[in-house]
Write a protein that binds this ligand. Structure first.
Ligand SMILES: NC(=O)c1ccc[n+]([C@@H]2O[C@H](COP(=O)([O-])OP(=O)(O)OC[C@H]3O[C@@H](n4cnc5c(N)ncnc54)[C@H](OP(=O)(O)O)[C@@H]3O)[C@@H](O)[C@H]2O)c1
Length: 280
């Protein structure tokens, strides 16, 4: 089995590393060259174009920015992939795009599942991500050996036909966006009420906001969001996808506006910058 892995960003490079650790053949491609880190020293073949990555691959994993980047890359994948190749799209893209991409793939005799991941760089490094798979049962079965390399067995599941994984993933990230915004406004409220910020954060840490603050409080305390795990840019993209898919979502729409406003100062930084932006 040869795996082609396209997209070596923060998540992709960690997920691809597990393919090598399992002893499989791995070919990697990234739009910007030179991002393969130690994968090549560990045995991966880095290639300069998509055609060379996919032409001899049984499985092709996409871990790109969003639906627009998949729309750019997929046609070249489909031009050069062997019929029957399985494309596993782990990019967060939204359900409609997933269904479009599956139809394009089917027209080329290529199989497609959407398999977005839940969890960030820590679980990606540990191989304990959640994986939400939309696709035909047989395609899911065929994807499983690879998905189990970066997903925790109990958290890898087929959740429906193509698009279902992406739909769930938007709901997951909607929650993250609301959480980041909610903490920001709680901090603003606390400040208006004259509360001590540290005391407030301690107390909020033991509430429903605890999960978020356990991860992001060090960044919030330091006011430094450069140690990005999940970028504000990705959060804005996902909230935009959620609003586009969900119609009347006033709270999510407000969070999207907050994320976009924070991007002016914090592009490329962690999405926790959205909290600081709202906190003022
Ligand atoms: N980070 C997380 O915690 C996390 C968690 C779960 C899911 N996700 C999702 O997983 C995906 C990857 O996330 P990430 O954090 O790894 O993102 P990232 O670090 O920003 O990497 C994005 C990747 O997409 C590539 N790319 C962007 N536009 C492209 C285009 N037009 N054509 C080809 N390649 C393009 C980039 O290539 P260049 O190097 O050339 O820019 C890079 O390899 C996203 O869909 C994200 O929403 C992320």
């Amino acid at each position: 089995m040869t795996t082609a892995f396209l997209g070596l960003g923060r998540m992709g490079i960690l997920m691809a590393g597990h393919v090598l650790s399992a002893g499989h053949d791995l070919v990697v491609w990234n739009r910007t060259a030179g991002r393969a880190g130690d994968l090549v020293a560990r045995g991966a073949r880095e290639v300069a174009n998509v055609a060379d990555a996919v032409s001899a691959a049984d499985r092709v994993v996409l871990m790109l920015f969003g639906p627009d980047s998949v729309r750019e890359v997929l046609p070249e994948v489909l031009r050069h992939a062997q019929p029957g190749t399985l494309v596993i799209d782990s990019t967060t893209i939204g359900p409609e795009a997933a269904r479009d991409f599956a139809a394009l793939a089917a027209a080329s005799g290529v199989r497609y599942v959407d398999a977005p991941v839940a969890g960030s760089t820590g679980p990606a490094a540990d191989g304990t991500l959640g994986v939400l798979v939309g696709g035909a049962p047989q395609d899911y079965e065929d994807a499983l050996p690879l998905l189990h390399l970066w997903g925790a067995p109990e958290k890898v599941r087929r959740v429906g036909d193509v698009g279902a994984g992406s739909a769930l993933k938007l709901c997951v990230n909607q929650g993250l966006g609301v959480m980041a915004a909610g903490v920001g406004e709680a901090l603003r409220l606390g400040s208006a009420l004259g509360l001590d910020r540290d005391v407030l954060l301690d107390v909020l840490g033991a509430t429903a906001y605890g999960w978020y603050l356990a991860q992001k409080r060090p960044m919030l305390d330091a006011g430094d969001f450069s140690g990005t795990t999940f970028s504000l840019d990705l959060m804005a993209k996902d909230l935009d996808l959620a609003v586009a898919a969900g119609g009347d979502l006033p709270v999510t729409s407000a969070c999207l506006q907050a994320a976009r406003a924070a991007l002016d100062q914090h592009a490329g930084q962690d999405y926790a910058a959205m909290t600081a932006h709202l906190a003022g």
